[in-house]
Ligand binder design. Structure first.
Ligand code: GLV
Length: 350
């Protein structure tokens, strides 16, 4: 039997010490420059690997894993995992993990920053000032919408939604309404200061709406022209979830024609491409998917992903049990390719 170190691919440059940490246990193939991996590049890079550390820019499904007969573990550095075809991974017995919790507060901070920036026209004001227009100031220049005392709506009430609710309720004295697949228990609603309403009521009642729901085929374009028409024309819309949740052309139309006051997007339908129609609008703030991008949080995310990857490769305190497995049923039903605790996997013939 040949005992060997697991082989691991890191899809993008992360922090300098990431590869060094992995190299203590694995043979690592790293990526030294930011790279757009197409399907062929992913297939080639996955082919000979036991584990991979990837970002949400790498889309992995049946085609990409077709030749990856040794692949046991995919550690996604991010909480959302719509870049992974989970049924295809399940069929192959490949466990995948994400990085929840560590990014909750940072992402909620960004959501709130975008809300403040859009409602109070901060980025637009900055551009206007730099363009030398202050001489045209009038009493009604850059009038925006208040946050304090207003009604905040949250669509999707997971960890990040709850963190935004707390900010709105406790920090800004906002009335907070939310809609979610399921209603929170009463004590949790009370702790974050939020009340459950139906989807249409949410749209119609709020002054500001923040989207924080996971993206699925069912909620593709859930914020479309019809939904936008139900919102107040004075309202603000913030999307920090996934681009596909909002029909961008319908949003452009609403913003351009006074049916919605302002918006902010951190996520887009076709990243990294941003529609020129969005770029042309003044009443929208656009950021490049930076929800979790604080130094401390990005470092924490990489550490969580590393721990999961090593666990999936049968290494470390959680060997055989990656804490953040998103398809953990493979571990309990015995269909996972990864090592079960106590058994080695690298001396098996492949
Ligand atoms: C970012 O969008 C993430 O899902 O972590």
């Amino acid at each position: 039997m040949t005992d060997r170190r697991p082989r691991v691919w890191v899809s993008q440059p992360l922090f300098d010490d990431t590869v060094a940490q992995l190299a203590l246990h694995c043979d690592v193939v790293s990526t030294d420059a930011v790279t757009k991996h197409d399907s062929a590049s992913l297939s080639a890079n996955l082919a000979d690997m036991d584990g991979v550390l990837i970002t949400l820019n790498e889309r992995i499904g049946a085609a990409e894993i077709a030749n990856a007969s040794a692949l046991k573990m995919i550690a996604n550095v991010g909480v959302g995992y719509n870049n992974l075809d989970v049924p295809a991974l399940n069929a192959a017995g490949i466990v995948a993990s994400n990085t929840p919790d560590v990014l909750t507060e940072t992402t909620a901070d960004l959501g709130f920053s975008l809300l403040m920036a859009a409602a109070r026209r901060i980025v637009e004001s900055d551009r206007w000032l730099r363009d030398g227009k202050w001489g045209q100031w009038s009493f009604t220049t850059m009038l925006g919408a208040d946050l304090h005392g207003s009604t905040l709506g949250i669509l999707g009430m997971g960890r990040i939604g709850q963190a935004i609710a707390r900010r709105g309720h406790h920090g800004f004295g906002m009335k907070v309404l939310y809609h979610n697949r399921s209603q929170l228990p009463a004590e949790q609603e009370q702790a974050v200061g939020a009340s459950y309403v139906g989807f249409d009521e949410l749209l119609a009642s709020v002054d500001h709406l923040v989207l924080v729901l996971p993206y699925t085929a069912q909620n593709h374009h859930i914020i479309n022209a019809a939904a936008l028409a139900k919102m107040k024309p004075t309202a603000t819309l913030i999307n920090i979830a996934r681009g596909g949740i909002v029909d961008e052309l319908a949003l452009v139309d609403a913003l351009a024609n006074g049916r919605l006051a302002s918006a902010a997007l951190d996520v887009y339908e076709n990243e990294p491409n941003v529609r020129p129609e969005l770029l042309a609008l003044d009443n929208i703030v656009l950021t490049p998917h930076i929800g979790s991008a604080s130094l401390a949080t990005r470092r924490a995310m990489v550490q969580v992903a590393l721990d999961n990857l090593l666990a999936g490769l049968g290494i470390g305190p959680d060997a055989g049990k990656p804490v953040n497995a998103i398809n953990a049923e493979l571990l309990s039903n015995g269909t996972a390719r990864i090592a079960v605790a106590g058994k080695k996997i690298y001396d098996k013939k492949r």
